[in-house]
Design a protein around this ligand. Structure first.
Ligand code: DAH
Length: 345
């Protein structure tokens, strides 16, 4: 008889310690199955009780029933506690979400691409000079890339651009951002002052200094009475703001581009050295940008009267500028997406 009582006591002890340790709702369910499930310890004891004497049944039947109810109540209470606790923890995590918490320093942070950095810097410099930012399509037609820029079909200047033609032979990937001059003149009111940074494409043999995709930035200023000296002044002001120095010296050489007349090459005295370095290739001068006075034919093609208006245009290689500034020796790295390279910026 007392054996039955001992077994109930032992089971009660076991149950109490198990339920106290349960931290998840599914632990509680496992305990329920173990003690009161169909094959659980309590039903097993009940089965055994069937073979016992009437006296035993009378004494232990109600005890076993009480034990079963005790278990069921304890299980319901613990399960509720756990569910409430989890909900509270969730709510408090949302409520106490600390937006200013420090991110562990081991987390890898992303950075902006060197191209994005230079575009932002060039744009800010020109915006501060009153210019706007222009945009245009990367897929162009022959007219905007060549014809309107005074490069008619069969013009030898077309050979300067190794063009990536699309299957529709009338379209191509723009070979320079000068196309945006035409879009700007077609869609904007005069006077026009803007720059247009963007990607350009050429069918190049790829090496450390040539890639099929590279970045350029075009500049255009059209108004009444614009002269070459405005171009030189603008070049100096831009370089001085960009390189953050008043000590900018430029020199001008003649240059030929069909869409400007006269055309020039503007060089800057090397800002990285005094007596020659790898950037200026020991020459103390760095080629910065070509430009010139917008050709009357270009103005005419956009319906602007060259007798009334004049303007200057220039275009420089952003890829080259990025490489110059950061001492990058291989242009291919810039579009490689290589994380160890990008993480340096
Ligand atoms: N589009 C020329 C190129 O890709 C660069 C250029 C030269 C742009 C002279 C100009 C310019 O606006 O006036 O080589």
């Amino acid at each position: 008889m007392s054996l039955m009582m001992d077994r109930i006591d032992a089971l009660r002890k076991e149950f109490k310690s198990a339920i106290a340790q349960a931290t998840l709702v599914r632990d509680v369910e496992a305990i329920r199955l173990k003690f009161t499930g169909r094959k659980g310890s309590v039903p097993e004891l009940m089965k055994e009780l069937k073979d016992c004497s009437i006296d035993e049944k009378r004494e232990f039947g109600p005890k076993l029933n009480d034990f079963r109810q005790e278990i069921e109540a304890a299980i319901a209470t613990r399960a509720k506690e756990l569910v409430d606790g989890a909900e509270k923890a969730k709510a408090s995590a949302i409520e106490n979400f600390d937006v200013s918490a420090r991110v562990p320093s081991s987390r890898k942070k992303g950075t902006t691409h060197p191209y994005s950095q230079i575009v932002e810097r060039v744009e800010n410099t020109f915006l501060s000079m009153g210019y706007s930012i222009f945009d245009g399509p990367e897929i162009e037609d022959d007219y905007h890339n060549f014809g309107a820029l005074n490069i008619p079909e069969n013009h030898p200047a077309r050979d300067m651009h190794d063009t990536l033609w699309l299957n529709r032979r009338s379209h191509l990937l723009r070979t320079h951002t000068s196309t945006i001059q035409i879009h700007a003149m077609e869609s904007r009111k005069l006077p026009i002052a803007g720059i247009a940074p963007g990607r350009t494409f050429r069918h190049e043999a790829v090496d450390a200094s040539h890639d099929v995709m590279f970045w350029q930035c075009e500049g255009l200023f059209i108004d009444k009475g614009i002269t070459m000296s405005h171009l030189f002044g603008t070049a100096k002001a831009f370089l001085s703001s960009f390189f953050d120095t008043d000590d900018i010296d430029i020199r001008i050489r003649p240059g030929y581009f069909p869409f400007v007349e006269p055309g020039v090459e503007i060089d800057m005295r090397c800002v990285f050295c005094k007596d020659g370095c790898s950037v200026c290739k020991k020459s103390k001068w760095v080629e910065v940008f070509p430009g010139g006075m917008v050709h009357p034919n270009v103005l005419k093609s956009a319906g602007i009267d060259p007798e009334v208006y004049s303007g200057f245009a220039f275009g420089f290689g952003l890829s080259r500028l990025v490489m110059l500034m950061h001492g990058i020796s291989d242009i291919r790295l810039l579009s490689s997406g290589k994380i160890p390279f990008l993480r340096q910026f």
